[in-house]
Design a binder for this molecule. Structure first.
Ligand code: NAP
Length: 322
């Protein structure tokens, strides 16, 4: 089969490159990794032409406009990449009976709910980034629901606080921990840090069966985050402690991190205070998928955010990447 991965140079795109290589999937399938240089997602014709050329059976859209604050100024560009581009991919998928794997965000919610957001909760984004991602979700849903093809299927995986090979919160904190002996971090925004490598692995478990061929699954929304929840402050303290224990040369230790409210760190784009995502739909699906299969895949699915962050930080320290 043909697999087309958009966003090859982003955190999730690089994670897909690693995971697909680890499973030696290029020996089984033709895999096209595409970045901005090969296809500018703000150009709908370029996407259509690429889809026509590569004829993917599986489209993985790991690309997105992710500059949350800049989006407040670049509204048209954010919508072109986060809403129009996935719509073009969805149109191709329903026409050709392909599978579309797309990613969305906790920012489609307003964060006022007291408990974790479920897959079925109504969207109410606060800023342009969240609105453009919500528009992408809606476009995919509408296109698939209005032109049902029994073979075409989609999964929209909402995730949060992603970290991998690229700029992210954990790397920023560890860089600051080498430079400064005091920092302030927001302690009243709640969410779940998610490893890009884990997200790519879980994604493939959803769309591919044990023989690495496409499986059928219920189209719809899945919240893809590991177990647990935290705040930016707790995450910063945890990452610094793990780095210190792993032997990193730091100026900052967790007791030198000050917890502050979000109101003390104003940013151009509004952010949800509660970014916690519940994952009942994904748990149900993974329970079905994992029945009678490889136990290690199941164990990976049950990992907590702490286990994943610890692995990530230890790896950064070991390879001197901080
Ligand atoms: N990062 C998070 O904390 C977070 C949280 C929740 C949800 N998500 C979602 O998770 C998914 C993956 O995020 P990520 O962290 O991997 O994002 P990322 O590291 O920012 O990567 C996004 C990729 O999209 C590419 N891209 C942007 N504009 C493009 C354009 N016009 N044409 C072609 N490619 C373009 C970028 O290309 P360049 O490399 O050339 O810039 C980049 O490689 C996204 O759907 C995002 O919305 C992320």
């Amino acid at each position: 089969m043909n697999i087309l991965v958009f966003g090859k140079d982003g955190q999730l795109g690089k994670a897909f490159q690693s995971v697909l290589a680890a499973h030696k999937l290029s020996e089984l399938h033709r895999i096209h990794f595409v970045g901005r240089a090969q296809c500018d997602l703000s150009n709908a014709d370029a996407i259509t032409n690429l889809l026509r050329e590569t004829k993917p059976n599986l489209i993985i859209n790991a690309a997105a406009y992710t500059a949350v604050d800049q989006a407040e100024q670049e509204i048209d560009l954010a919508y072109a990449i986060n809403a129009n581009a996935p719509a073009v991919m969805a149109q191709y998928a329903v026409k050709e009976g392909a599978t579309l794997l797309h990613y969305s965000t906790d920012y489609v919610f307003d964060g006022t709910k007291a408990t974790p957001y479920l897959e079925t909760d109504a969207r109410n984004p606060l800023g342009i980034y969240g609105k453009s991602k919500a528009a992408g979700e809606e476009a995919i849903e509408t296109i698939f629901r209005s032109q049902p093809d029994p073979q075409a299927q989609f999964a929209i995986l909402r995730t949060s606080w992603v970290y991998g090979d690229g700029p992210n919160f954990i790397r920023t904190i560890l860089r600051l921990a080498k430079e400064r002996d005091a920092i302030k971090v927001i302690a009243n925004q709640y969410g779940v840090p998610t490893s890009a490598l884990w997200l790519a692995s879980i994604s493939l478990a959803i769309v591919l069966n044990e023989n690495h061929q496409l499986r059928s699954f219920p189209s719809g929304f899945y919240h893809a985050i590991p177990q647990g929840e935290t705040t930016w402050y707790e995450l910063a303290c945890f990452a610094v402690q793990v780095a210190s224990d792993a032997g990193a040369d730091l100026k900052l230790y967790p007791n030198q991190i000050t917890a502050i409210p979000a109101s003390e760190y104003p940013l151009p784009a509004p952010r949800p205070m509660n970014s916690r995502l519940g994952r009942p739909a994904l748990d149900t699906l993974m329970n079905q998928i994992s029945k009678g299969t490889d136990v290690t895949k199941w164990q990976q699915w049950q990992q907590s955010w702490q286990e994943q962050v610890a692995d990530y930080v230890q790896d950064l320290v070991l390879h001197k990447n901080i």
